[in-house]
Design a protein. Sequence first.
Length: 191
Amino acid sequence: MLVVNDVLISDEIVQEHFICDLDACKGACCWEGDFGAPLEKAELPILDEIYDSIKDFLTSDGRAAIEAQGKYTYFEEMGGYGTPLVNGAACAYLTYDINGIAKCGIELAHQAGATHFLKPISCHLYPIRAKSEVAGFEGLNYERWHICSAACTLGKKEKVPVYVFLKDALIRKYGEDFYEELCEAAKVLEE
């Protein structure tokens, strides 16, 4: 376990390898599972604020789910808010490209300049999951999921550790200084 700026980081984040292989999985993490993507409380008003700017980037089923359930849903079993689901499966903010690969409608709106918000941080950080504070520490864990086996294979082939693959997401969440310290701690762990 590594500790950087009061964040406990699982060794697997440094030791395991990962590169999303969307040609293999088609973005299944956006439609598989029992809950929507976890949302931070600070993201809830952002989703309220940006919805009118992003709704044209979503599918009609996604818009209908959001209109029926709201822009976020409280999942009792998860103990927090997440993105609403279409028929209990796909994220309501999910859309597909011409190759049938899942894409985030929020991210597409961001790329088009329609919103300042990139996408939920839990999606950007995946397969890292941030856990609630315990004794003043936030925990970062590597989440293994069979649908990401191709990403693990590609990451091993290219020798890209999870934390390197997720550099931009980690900097977005914790800042440049945090990431630099994590890189230093990773070097020590590797020795």
